[in-house]
Design a protein around this ligand. Sequence first.
Ligand SMILES: [Zn+2]
Length: 419
Amino acid sequence: MNVTTGPKVDRERLWNMLSEMGDIGKNGAGRTRLALSAEDLEARRLLVRWMKELGLDVRMDACANIWGVRNGRDATERPVVMGSHIDTVRDAGMFDGVMGVLSGLAAIRAMNEANVETRRPVAVVSFTDEEGGHFLSGGLAGSRLMAGAVDLETLRSKRNAQGKSWVDALNESGFLGKDRLEPHAYLEYHIEQGPVLVDEGIQIGVVQGVVGLSWLRVAFRGEANHAGAFPMNRRHDAGLAAARAIVELNRLAFELGEGTVITPGQLAQHPNFPNIVPGEAVLTVDIRQFDPDLLERGIARLKDVVREAGECEGVATEIETLSRTQHAAFPKEMVSLVEGKAKDLGYSTRRMPSGAGHDAQIVSTLCPAAMIFVPSKDGRSHCPEEYTSPEDVGNGADVLLHCALDLARAPKALRENGI
Ligand SMILES: [Zn+2]
């Protein structure tokens, strides 16, 4: 199909839908729709209404993920799926996640209005609890459950601030179902959440995959002593060792380069008292890198840097790995598809990894996946200032539409095409 003369999304309508859903959970400049909260459920009801208005077959699965399916000619084929999430962090913007879901609906509306028939079904999915902050579920819960990367038992112990368990909230949501859908391919359209596209003046980010990451907890164990009576040259200051490690880890990230990011995000000192030399300091470190070899090297160097910082201050170190997520590289044919459609539509493109986690990295273990990024103003997200212009929102939605059309119409299975 010629993309320039083919169907296009109704940009104004898409923007109005974003605004309408963005009003749910609104409080001041931001909105809060924590997973499985009353606000999230209200947004889900609106999503289902919109899916039905488009004539989609609405289905729910055992993780309360919501699917809207547009039939294809061949009922035996698996659907080409466009999706993301509609839950938010606290005081969120109106684009993260929700833009990908509503653009999927806009793409289907464009297909309906152009009377397009596809061989495969085309579906939109909204995954449950992508953000993970409400129940400290670790995020990506709906997609991880679907892919078998986590089980319900593990989530049973996850509770929100009111003591309600994740599983109870899921059971009471009214969105549980028995359908099981297996995507033929998955497309996730999302804001970049960083400053690269804006800084370089690029319209469409072609996502090569999602970075691998590791979280480590480092404990420095020194000696608590009197802040006045104990001399400087005899101290084993755990806080100082942690401070030294923080500075050296920052240097290490620049030395490793290639987009490596290292963040010592959390620091707790004990006894954390004005006139006591800190006897213990516990630091969490988040390291991310797309290249798996470089990430491995980075983690090894990180541990050396931490130990050296401890030795410098005569402080013992203990390093514990809290989590390790492998990088997800999207198939090159899927990456080329996004890039090709964006270029055909006349947009400037740039290949880039995603530094943030997304459902696509989980779904990519089930089927070929790809992601499309558009610019985030000032690189901001997870805050009320999060903003992407109506033009950029529309550009990415058109790329999404044409990628989905291609995949849904292709006569062969992706696998036969070498994907
Ligand atoms: Zn998101």
